[in-house]
Structure formats: structure tokens, C-alpha cells
Design a protein around this ligand. Structure first.
Ligand SMILES: *Cc1c(COP(=O)(O)O)cnc(C)c1O
Length: 415
């Protein structure tokens, strides 16, 4: 593959692997390739490195190493938490939200087809969750409440601590998909009070194909991948040693870089966002300003299709996305933005820009030089031009009011 210069604004889809992480994992692909479960000293040495990595990822989330189950990805971690809760409680209802990652949305739909009941809670127009509605939606047969900590499309942060407290009052298990949070938020599972928490290493500058599920001590657990006795009997399959070591090193780096992410990266994101909103007429931010991840910006541009914007950005070497990587290729507008009440046209004209510590002022300057003219060009040639009589300007306030009225109606039905 040829090396080429490009500008990467899609860190919520995946992140570049840190050189420190590559250095840490490489010996486990070359010299130390043994199976850590084997009974000779070559293997014991490798098992020791797996243990060390487990301690490092446990430290990242303030857990005990025994509470860590390594999985293949964030998706498997999410699926495993829901599966275990249903299996161990014998209950048949799952409560989650309409803005989760497809790892939860599609697993929830699969559960519904398999005869379980799943509630996908609606959100407010700024992407926030009504905790009163969540409280009212827990039922006697609810096995688990699964709510993501930070949204991968908008960066909007939910109050997991309050949600976990509500779950405890009802005696219901609580899971959070925290995949977007390492290196951006301080993570302390004891403070959060959750029973399960998912992470995925490729969102924190480690390779794809390794994740973890935190399982709180003494929580009943039914494995999802059934096989050997690895992971204290909680996940079959020979350990992905090199990736586990990589995850451990990435966890250390994420902790040490938390401050920079919340100062320099946050300021860079704000500069980028404010400059785009100022330069492009008929543009808007999607989702609450705060609380929000420091690296994420989701903007909508009336009268253009995001797919066309992305194609022209790609031609000048800029990588960005429209919502989630997992729905790219389908022409459906983002389920997250639709759940926030955006009309389909505005949802289709939305762009997600997500930064990391590797982004510089120069990257943002390059984006600011190219994005506004691309949108202007598309609007000039587009049948969605605001001057066209078929395209009345979008009235954000009216759409917001209607969405809030619909939600109030939903809540009133529960009272
Ligand atoms: C990326 C992501 C996932 C999926 O993680 P994989 O390791 O790619 O399976 C789940 N949830 C959120 C919020 C994500 O951003």
C-alpha cells in the first residue's frame, strides 16, 4: 500500500495505532507466539504479560483485574452483557435507547425476533435522555438496562451514574457501552456503579479485534462464547496475546493523555466547529454543546447530501463521515439524528468530524480551507438550492417543538 498524505477526521470510527502500542505488541507476534494456557515456562512467560495487560486495562477503568473479560471487540462485549443478563435472570425485557451503536440496536432487534421484549427509549432533540422516562420504563420483567455513556455520532454524554442508581433502586442490572470514552473521560466503574461496561481497543489507538467487558465482582455471568476455560471460564477461545498486550499499553497511554484531550483537542474541536458554523450559512450543530466528548462535532448543512460532501472531501484527502461507519453504504439517514427528531433531509446533510491527539492545527486549517467551498459548490449545482421554491428553509425551532411534544405525549402515557 502506498503512503499518502491524508487528513483524518474520523477517530470515532477507528483510531491510528500508536507507535508505542506497535512496539509493545510486536514481540508477541515474533518471539513470544506461544499459547498462554500451555504448561511450560515459555507459555508461563506469555501468560505473565497477559496478566500485566489485564492489570493495566483494569487500572484504566478502576476495576479489579479479575473483573476484566477480554473479548474480540466492543460489539461482542455489548452482546455478551445483554445475553448474560437474560440468561442469568430468566427475565425477558431489555431497556435500551434509540441512539445506541448498531451493536445494541441490531442485537435488540434480533432479541425481539427471538421472542424477547426490547424498549428503545426515545431521546430529546439535543440528544439527551429523560431519566424520569427511563425510570418509568423499567418493568418487573426487565433483565437489564443498557445505555451508552457517550454517543459515537454526536458525542453527547449520558449520566450513567444516575442511570445506575435508578437501576439499583429497581434491582435491575445495568450495562454501559463506554467504547467512546477512554482517554476522553475519567472512568471509574466504582463511581459509576454499573454491573457491566464495554470497551474496544481500536477506539484508543490499539489494533482492531480486541475488546473487554467489565463484569462487576459477584455478578452472575453466563458466557456468550462457550469453549475453553480462558478468562476464568467466562470467554472461550485462545487469548489474542499480541492484541491484549497492545490494549494494555494503549490503556496506559489513554490515562496519561486525558488532560491533553480535554484541553488541546477540545480547543481544536471548538475552533473547527465555530469556524465552520460561521463560514457556512444554513448550518447547525447537532446535539447538546455540553456534556459532550471533547473530540466530536456533528454538524448539519441544509440543502446538501452528506455523501456528496464526503466524496469531494475525499478527493482532497480528507476523511470524515456521515454518522456511524457501521451504516455507511446504506442510504438511510442516521438513526441517532432521526431519534433526535431531525427531518430526514437534515439528517442526510449531516457530517461527523471526530479528532484525536494526532490531529493538529494544520489539519483543521486544511479542513477549514476546503469544506466551506465544497458545500457552496454543491449547493450551487444542487436541486436542493435554498433559492429553489420547492425548498422552504428548515425551521429548526418548529421541528424541535414538535419532537418535544411527541416525547411529552410518550411520557404522559406512562404516568
Ligand atoms: C465502535 C463502537 C462500538 C463497536 O466496537 P467494535 O470493536 O468495532 O465492535 C460499539 N459502541 C460504540 C459506541 C462504538 O463507537
Amino acid at each position: 500500500m502506498s503512503q499518502r498524505q491524508f487528513y483524518y477526521f474520523d477517530n470515532n470510527a477507528t483510531t491510528p495505532v500508536a507507535p508505542e502500542v506497535v512496539a509493545a505488541m510486536t514481540p508477541f507476534l515474533t518471539e513470544y507466539w506461544g499459547n498462554p494456557s500451555s504448561a511450560y515456562s515459555f507459555a508461563h512467560e506469555i501468560a505473565r504479560h497477559v496478566d500485566e495487560a489485564r492489570e493495566k486495562v483494569a487500572a484504566l477503568i478502576h476495576a479489579d483485574p479479575k473483573e476484566i473479560v477480554f473479548t474480540s471487540c466492543g460489539t461482542e462485549s455489548n452482546n455478551s452483557a445483554l445475553h448474560s443478563a437474560l440468561a442469568t435472570t430468566g427475565k425477558r425485557h431489555v431497556l435500551t435507547t434509540a441512539v445506541e451503536h448498531s451493536a445494541n440496536i441490531n442485537f435488540g432487534e434480533y432479541l425481539e425476533k427471538s421472542g424477547y421484549d426490547v424498549t428503545f427509549l426515545p431521546v430529546n432533540s439535543d440528544g439527551s435522555l429523560d431519566l424520569h422516562l427511563l425510570d418509568k420504563s423499567i418493568r418487573p420483567d426487565t433483565a437489564i438496562v443498557s445505555v451508552m455513556w457517550a454517543n459515537n455520532e454526536t458525542g453527547v454524554i449520558f449520566s450513567i451514574q444516575e442511570i445506575a442508581a435508578i437501576c439499583r433502586r429497581h434491582g435491575v442490572l445495568c450495562h454501559t457501552d463506554a467504547v467512546q470514552t477512554p482517554g476522553k473521560l475519567k472512568i471509574d466503574v466504582k463511581d459509576l456503579g454499573v454491573d457491566f461496561l464495554s470497551l474496544s481497543a481500536h477506539k484508543l489507538h490499539a489494533p482492531k479485534g480486541i475488546g473487554l467487558l467489565y463484569v462487576k465482582r459477584r455478578t452472575k455471568y453466563q458466557p456468550y462464547v462457550i469453549g475453553g476455560h480462558q478468562e476464568r471460564g467466562r470467554r472461550g477461545g485462545t487469548e489474542n496475546v499480541a492484541n491484549i498486550v497492545a490494549f494494555g499499553r494503549a490503556a496506559e497511554l489513554a490515562m496519561s493523555r486525558l488532560d491533553e484531550e480535554n484541553t488541546r483537542v477540545r480547543a481544536l474541536r471548538d475552533r473547527m466547529e465555530n469556524a465552520i458554523l460561521a463560514a457556512v450559512p444554513h448550518s447547525r450543530r447537532n446535539g447538546a454543546v455540553e456534556p459532550r466528548l471533547p473530540n466530536t462535532s456533528n454538524l448539519s448543512f441544509d440543502f446538501v447530501e452528506a455523501e456528496a460532501v464526503l466524496m469531494l472531501l475525499d478527493q482532497v484527502g480528507i476523511c470524515a463521515s456521515s454518522g456511524s461507519a457501521c451504516t455507511t453504504g446504506s442510504l438511510d439517514p442516521s438513526h441517532v439524528l432521526m431519534a433526535m427528531g431531525l427531518p430526514p433531509m437534515q439528517a442526510r446533510g449531516s457530517l461527523r468530524l471526530s479528532l484525536s491527539l494526532y490531529n493538529t492545527d494544520e489539519d483543521v486549517d486544511y479542513l477549514l480551507q476546503h469544506l466551506p467551498p465544497i458545500i457552496k459548490k454543491l449547493r450551487d449545482i444542487s436541486p436542493l438550492n435554498p433559492e429553489h421554491p420547492d425548498n422552504a428553509a428548515y425551521d429548526a425551532e418548529t421541528a424541535r417543538k414538535k419532537h418535544e411534544e411527541d416525547l411529552a405525549g410518550a411520557l404522559a402515557e406512562k404516568e
